[in-house]
Design a protein around this ligand. Sequence first.
Ligand SMILES: C[S@@+](CC[C@H](N)C(=O)[O-])C[C@H]1O[C@@H](n2cnc3c(N)ncnc32)[C@H](O)[C@@H]1O
Length: 378
Amino acid sequence: MRKTTATPADVSRRVVGVPAQPGRMESVSLAEGALPAPGPTASHPGPDADPAPQASAPGAAPMAHAEGPGAEADPQSVIAGAGPVGRSGERPTVRLRDAGPDEQPRYAPEWLELREPADAAARSMELLDPLRIRLANLPGRSGLAIHDLGCGTGSMGRWLAPRLDGAQHWVLHDRDPYLLHFAAVASPRAAADGSRVTVETRRGDVARLTPDALLGASLVTASALLDVLTREEVETLAAACAGAGCPALLTLSVAGRVELSAPDPLDDEIAAAFNDHQRRGGLLGPDAVSVACEAFADQGATVKVHPSAWQLGPENVGLTAQWLRGWVGAAVEERPELAERAEPYLAARLAACAAGELRATVHHSDLLALARPTGGAG
Ligand SMILES: C[S@@+](CC[C@H](N)C(=O)[O-])C[C@H]1O[C@@H](n2cnc3c(N)ncnc32)[C@H](O)[C@@H]1O
């Protein structure tokens, strides 16, 4: 769902017939990318630490108007991040920048924007109270320093900053300077009690974070990140948090389970193939939360986990359709022999979605790890 790949199998680019309205068939591509023109990336210098541009409006700036994401992506193709997309460079108009053979998966701001309301509704509120208590008891606290790892366009900050009291400085980490630009422009400005929120961006690989990089951190947070890391990377992250003595709130890791209204015999096969696709290259996919629990517990942290499922219905048609295309597209890329049955399956699911008749529960988990405080934070 969230993982893209640079080398999709041809089968995921097939064109399938989907009834857009009863009695009418329409061609729908499973996986051609549809990204905006480069825009900010072209002029973004991409330094390791960028001062964030400051918006004047108080509170969280709405993401859609930051310069670009908007809703211009072709709704009949898979947006990068929702599922497998075409090889970078196949279509010059959707190319974000020169792609080398080692290019990492990219996430289109459209995809992150599309999922932001469902993410916000899904994140567990139950983990916030124990977090607030821990933050209130930090020694020598004069404001919170919060590191958001794999921040994308910054949705975690827009969700969490207005739910915590006190002045906050957010350090937004991502390897993608294009997304960092959007995160900085649409960053939150005010805490729950009206205190000031400031941000800076840091471009880099969060999988190599050291305790030094988290010096003075009050909190490490992330959303939809753990499942695209490896076991070793999660262990490195847990060790860095333990070294810095700071808690970690890691939300929206995929759990590998999906429920769709009007269950279909193919549901389980698609889910299993999708989960295997997520595990490609040693990434954790649906194993992320159990591995993270072990890694943080091994560092002496107390770990709490809470469900945070997307509950998708008629009000989420755009997200559900993209998610379906990505989910089925990845499954078919993983197991091409599914293609023949997956095409009518996807067509029927999309038709039900367009008619407002499909409900989907996409299970995720949130994790709060309370490290032993070192006494130096704050
Ligand atoms: C699924 S997106 C989630 C973005 C954002 N947290 C949200 O919830 O909308 C994953 C993000 O993590 C970033 N990312 C993945 N692996 C990374 C790594 N090793 N180092 C830095 N950023 C990474 C991607 O660029 C992307 O922005």
